[in-house]
Write a protein that binds this ligand. Structure first.
Ligand SMILES: [Zn+2]
Length: 412
């Protein structure tokens, strides 16, 4: 049994890695030095060359990092390093199984952070810098990493503590109680993420008085979205890339516009982006997203509860001690194919939602303004406008620019 599981997990790791490389390769077959005909008028030649160069560098970089990540996991798994670490933690004379699991995950998380640090640094200060995107200083970058680690330890640690405790005491109903914990946490985060977590990294301010605010006020009144819920965030302190998003539930809902978006687009284009975000609110996309993720969490927890008690899940990692943390690692690998399928569903739902929000913006404000905003944003973010359809199917949470423009034209 252990041997079968061992080879099964190795196969899953390898197939998953090869699938990703294949998708990446497919994307690279779409590279072309000439501006494709359907992109005429969106990119000028020079910007297009720059976007191709950006795309290629990002591709090579991710090939290297993902290959290294894959090899590391494969070697750690095959050599029994995960089981060895479990024995090492236990040899510290820690008896409480919850503490053992927490220390185990803390060590893994810290090692992952240390190993990925140089790559994050390279991505920010070499690649993004070279294309003029990076605005972060080394100090801000380091501070971000430290804050991220501390929040992860505090929030992740507490949730984990609760889940391991439930695992130890709840028996058959583990999956249900854990589902309640995770659902409550997700709703709590939707309500308070913007007021508790975001301020640790960014400043959010109400819109300044002026033409933009006037234009937004009249539009938001029309669509029943309160101006109090619209904020500008100082994204420019890290990157020149522009963005906007809708988040939150009920009275805690908010639309956040990046200051970089405001400086790049004209008033009509900004209102069109805002209209798109209000579309997400009016079409209840937060609820459908939440429901989908809770259903998939329920499924995962249920399967985990069914199989995780089996000793093979820790033995396959090289340890004879049954434990939550070891079961999670082997189960995590075993679950990869199903998680891939669920990810496909999630991305599909998200792309459908994007079309709906675009449609709302077109009907309530004006498709031509949204189209011109999307074009400008794609150009300034050097987006890949010609990804392979398979790659889009697997990885894109948004339709491509051309798909969105065509759809806007269709319904215009
Ligand atoms: Zn959207």
């Amino acid at each position: 049994m252990v041997e079968i599981l061992f080879y099964l997990l190795i196969c899953i790791l390898i197939i998953n890695f090869l699938l990703e490389r294949w998708l990446d390769y497919l994307n690279s077959t779409k590279w072309s030095s000439e501006l494709p005909h359907e992109l005429e008028g969106i990119y000028d030649d020079e910007k297009y060359k720059k976007s191709m160069e950006y795309e290629k560098i990002k591709h090579h970089f991710s090939t290297i990092t993902e290959s290294l990540g894959f090899l590391t996991v494969l070697v750690l798994f095959a050599t029994g390093a995960f089981g060895w670490l479990d024995n090492a933690v236990r040899s510290l004379a820690i008896k409480n199984p919850i503490h053992i699991s927490l220390i185990y995950f803390a060590i893994l998380a810290l090692l992952t952070e240390i190993a990925s640090f140089p790559f994050k640094w390279y991505d920010t200060f070499i690649i993004e810098e070279r294309f003029g995107f990076n605005k972060s200083t080394l100090r801000l970058f380091l501070l971000d990493q430290v804050k991220g680690l501390l929040i992860g330890a505090l929030v992740g640690g507490s949730i984990l503590y609760l889940i391991v405790w439930i695992y130890l005491v709840a028996g058959n109903l583990f999956w249900l109680y854990t589902l309640v914990v995770i659902s409550s946490f997700s709703v709590f985060m939707l309500l308070f993420y913007s007021s508790l977590i975001v301020p640790l990294f960014n400043r959010q301010t109400p819109l300044e008085d002026g033409d933009l605010k006037d234009a937004i006020t009249s539009f938001s009144l029309k669509t029943g979205f309160l101006l109090d819920n619209i904020f500008v965030i100082d994204g420019s302190k890290r990157s020149s890339k522009a963005n906007a998003y809708f988040t939150g539930l009920g009275s805690k809902k908010r639309i956040v516009l990046y200051d970089t978006l405001i400086s790049e687009l004209n008033t009509e284009e900004i209102v069109a982006v805002l209209a798109h975000e209000i579309g997400h609110y009016r079409k209840h996309h937060v609820y459908s997203g939440l429901l989908f993720s809770l259903l998939s969490t329920a499924l995962m927890l249920y399967i985990f509860a069914l199989v995780s008690g089996h000793n093979a899940f820790s033995q396959v990692l090289g340890s004879d001690n049954p434990g939550f943390h070891l079961a999670i690692i082997s189960f995590g690998i075993l679950y990869t194919p199903l998680s891939l399928v669920i990810g496909l569903g999630m991305n599909f739902l998200s792309r459908v939602n994007e079309y709906q929000a675009d449609r709302f913006a077109r009907e309530e404000y004006g498709g031509q303004y949204l189209a011109s905003a999307l074009k400008k944003l794609s150009v300034s973010n050097l987006s890949n406008l010609t990804p392979h359809p398979f790659y889009v199917f697997f990885h894109y949470s948004h339709p491509t620019l051309l798909q969105r423009l065509n759809k806007l034209k269709e319904i215009m």
